[in-house]
Design a protein around this ligand. Structure first.
Ligand code: CUA
Length: 328
């Protein structure tokens, strides 16, 4: 049956070719996204080592297995017995010792790299500390100088950033993950998880909440914008001043990141009702009451906000949503 054998071998070759084809290894295939932080690069290298060793073992085991199944398959009656073997000490020792050595090697490498994926800062190095809060359904960042940002985290290039990831006590579990710059880390209510990264390339990197957290989990996207150092410092200083003076774009960020997630991009209604023409929007007191405490199906998205943050939203609403009926 040389035809069958040829066909089997051809199928096998095809499978192997598929497994190692550049497409399968490209960005849409088995490869993690391109890392821009050294710790993510280490994690990715570990991934490639584990995948490579596993693929090698898969081929070493399955190619002979498939060959033997085909070549020595049952072909009708047999009248000759093969030789009877009783043990082969060297072979048995080898097939025990080699897998043990491989597993110990992989485990050692994993335990060596694992603790390093959450830290990049050298001792005494200047680190940008940011508190990251996962909330239904937005990410809130707080910098050391009290600057608050929603969903979009701005950081300077080539500086160590330490994220303190958490969620408010009344919220649920989220998970922060922007693959090119850092490890995935859960945001637990009442618990702080810490991780670091150092983005080495200016750019905008997308991520998402990766823990199912409710109706609008899919809308809970996160973005990391890596800026040139000087530009970042200027931005952070300007934001600090603008937010202190209550004339920043924070209200707009909150509107887009917190309100519009549920009420729709033009607030014409989505999982939340339409807010178009709603007179409450211009009533700062009513907005604050609903946002801080929730109402019906509306969660308390603003529980724990500072007055400054609340003002940013109500000011923005008065300016944009009052529809000329200001004074309410
Ligand atoms: Cu937050 Cu899913």
């Amino acid at each position: 049956m040389t035809r069958l054998r040829r066909r089997t071998l051809a199928s096998l070759a095809l499978l192997i070719a598929l497994a190692v084809t550049p497409h399968a290894l490209g960005d849409t295939g088995l490869a993690p996204v391109d890392p821009v932080s050294p710790n993510v690069r280490e994690a990715r290298n570990l991934y490639w080592v584990l995948l490579g060793v596993s693929a090698f073992i898969l081929i070493v085991v399955f190619v002979p297995l498939a060959t033997f199944i085909v070549r020595y398959r049952h072909r009708g009656e047999r009248d000759v017995q093969g030789p009877q073997l009783h043990g082969n000490t060297r072979l048995e020792l080898a097939w025990t010792a080699v897998p043990v050595a491989i597993l110990v090697g992989l485990a050692a490498l994993t335990f060596y790299i694992a603790p390093r994926v959450d830290s990049v800062a050298a001792a005494g190095e200047e680190v940008l500390e940011v508190r990251v809060e996962g909330r239904q359904f937005y990410w809130q960042y707080e910098y050391g100088n009290q600057v608050i940002a929603i969903d979009r985290l701005r950081v300077p290039v080539n500086r160590a950033v330490r994220l303190h990831i958490t969620a408010p006590d009344h919220d649920v579990i989220h998970s922060f993950w922007v693959p090119p710059v850092g490890q995935k880390l859960d945001a637990f209510p009442g618990r702080v998880n810490t991780t670091e990264f150092r983005a080495e390339k200016v750019g905008v990197y997308d991520g998402a909440c990766t823990e199912f957290c409710g109706l609008q989990h899919a809308a809970m996207l996160a973005t990391v914008e890596v800026m040139p150092e000087e530009e970042f410092d200027v931005w952070l200083r300007a934001q600090a001043e603008a937010q202190a003076a209550r004339r920043s774009d924070l209200g707009e960020q909150i509107w887009a990141g917190v309100c519009a997630k549920c009420h729709g991009p033009d607030v014409a209604g989505e999982v939340g009702p339409s807010l178009q023409g709603n007179v409450i929007l211009a009533d700062a007191g009513a907005v604050e009451q609903i946002v801080r405490h929730g109402q019906g199906a509306m969660p308390a998205v603003g529980r724990g906000w500072s007055d400054r943050q609340m003002d940013a939203l109500t000011q923005y609403l008065r300016a944009t949503q009052a529809g000329g009926a200001d004074g309410g």
